[in-house]
Ligand binder design. Sequence first.
Ligand code: F6P
Length: 370
Amino acid sequence: MANKKIAILTGGGDAPGLNAVIYAIVRACRPKYDLIGYRFGYRGLYNNDFVPLTRDTTRGILHRGGTMLFSSNKDNLFDYTIEENGVKVKKDVSDVAIANMEKEGVGTLVVLGGDGTLTSARDFARKGFNVIGVPKTIDNDLASTEATFGFDTAVNIVTENLGRLHTTAESHHRIMIAEVMGRSSGWIALYSGIAGSADVILIPEIPYTLEKVVEKIKSRQSTGKNFTVIVVTEGAAEKGGQAVVGRIVEDSPDAIRFGGIAAKLANDIEKHVDNEVRHCTFGHIQRGGETSPADRLLSARYGVKAADMIEKGQFGNMVCLRNGKMDFESLEVVLGSSATGSTAMGLSKRVSLDHELVQVARSLGISLGD
Ligand code: F6P
């Protein structure tokens, strides 16, 4: 009997490296297996919207950011919004997805995603389907892996742009605040803040006080440095306060989109200093463009490992990086054992207060706002 097909889908916010993983899986699995890619994440799986994945259709994508399969950060098929008799209702349509795959002769589903997307992958595995997860997010906040692809690219982009803020901050003697992504994890701000010589790094794991931030600005002024560059994670909050919510995205596994902390901080700081305080949000620029060499390598390794796991029948697992080597971990462990169909986010990896880079930042004289 011919080998069953392999299907790939990409879900959640895009991250540089998705294309490189697809590229690697296709090359490692061909010609033994035929492959297809569902478009727009789980929505494509439900609508049976797919494209063939061959050497030809995936040529030249290794270095490109984004995803050739497109993505969606909604569409939980275990709790999916459909219209019945003109009324919108939520339903578990996972059986439709499985029937679609069986009809196409798909025997394995490889899911490239963050915690929301991988929660559904775990739920398909619970239904007995052969699933392999590959961890993706620029936030680097997924438990059970030392690194997610997309993170290095984002750190490069933020670091470069902090350098740009420096020269203009210095020229105008301004306080410049950059808001970066990361949700409730401060990895992007911490890495790029140190690499980009920020004076203040504010992360969700360490609530800041306005007093300490202003103290740092004034202490720089007392040594003749009348400008300051601050990098703040979107989900950071003042001690005793709340993170600033930018928008709610209905039907998304993680409905909250943070946004606005830099503007709030600028407004607060301006009351205590004579300098002009300006802020900017790096936003989706952090996810766009070309994939960094380190992320291309990491993604290629993830893709080849996923192909190896398919060959060995190691289903229900997520590829991970452990002690610098490719390994795998059960999706049940990665995501915790929440109920099937839940939109509860998986076990997240946050910056611990004794992380070496927290100590490094402090030793370099960078204020963490505490
Ligand atoms: O999880 C990746 C991420 O880029 C977060 O850092 C950010 O908060 C969120 O996605 C933004 O999502 P969207 O693209 O829906 O605005």
